[in-house]
Design a protein around this ligand. Structure first.
Ligand code: ATP
Ligand code: MG
Length: 232
């Protein structure tokens, strides 16, 4: 799936005393199958930008066109968009709400109306891709996990939907170097296997050099650099 961001502006609390322009006229085109890393300092607008890509926020102005459809239009069915554009939040707790890990990961694929057999197949595959042993983890509560494990569950839940676009907000945050390398290798593998358009948000160039085809740097709500990792 291709994504075109046109003149996107996002102002939080517009018109109020604490008005904050988080995105300042962003123009970007992400091609089908591309692997992009979005980097920038804290507060540069990364999370704001990606939340626009699956319709979680409404632009102050500008539009986002996904495979030719303007998803900022009033009549667009966001539930349909979200089946195709999977977003793993910066804080994975937001995505974990069932009493067991298995149920949490089943949630997305179940919304796609798949058979139980297909759902279970996908859950097992997604868990193995993020490095969680199915038998060991399936009945555990997501709340008893470490931060890194919760992140893996949240990623598995989105991956099990087999979205056309996979967006991960700081998937390596809070992980040790080994965990970080594992997650990045798994994301790379997912990209290869499903050829999904992939966007990883990160603070760190280190992650970028390893895996992305393209790096976009945000600074104070503007896209200030865009290129292949070795040139940046
Ligand atoms: P981080 O690396 O810390 O996650 P980020 O690049 O993801 O940062 P955003 O979360 O997009 O940055 O925030 C961009 C700006 O918008 C920041 O100045 C932030 O304070 C502000 N902001 C973000 N969310 C809100 C909100 N819900 N209400 C008001 N201001 C917000
Ligand atoms: Mg963020």
């Amino acid at each position: 799936m291709s994504i075109k961001i046109e003149n996107l502006v996002h102002i939080y609390m517009a018109g109020g005393p604490f008005e904050k322009k988080a995105l300042d006229n962003i123009n970007l085109e992400i091609k089908d199958g591309e692997f992009v890393t979005l980097i920038g300092h804290t507060g540069s607008g990364k999370s704001t930008l990606i939340q626009h890509l699956n319709g979680l926020l409404k632009p102050t102005s500008g539009r986002i066109v996904v495979d030719g459809v303007d998803i900022t239009e009033k009549n667009v069915k966001l539930t349909e968009i979200r089946k195709k554009i999977g977003l793993v939040f910066q804080y994975p707790e937001y995505q974990l709400f069932e009493e067991t890990i298995e149920k949490d990961i089943q949630f997305g694929p179940r919304n796609l109306g798949l058979s139980e057999e297909e759902i279970n197949k996908r859950v097992k595959k997604a868990m193995s891709m993020v490095g969680l042993d199915y038998e060991e983890y399936k009945d555990k509560s997501p709340f008893e996990l470490s931060g890194g494990q919760k992140r893996r569950v949240a990623i598995a839940g989105v991956v099990a939907m087999e979205p056309k676009v996979l967006i991960l907000d700081e998937p390596t945050a809070g992980l040790d170097p080994k965990g970080r390398d594992e997650i990045l290798a798994q994301v790379k593998q997912l990209h290869k296997e499903y050829n999904m358009t992939t966007i990883i948000v990160s603070h760190s160039m280190e992650d970028v050099a390893k895996i992305a085809d393209r790096v976009i740097v945000l600074n104070k709500g503007k896209a200030v650099l865009d290129g292949v990792p070795r040139d940046i």
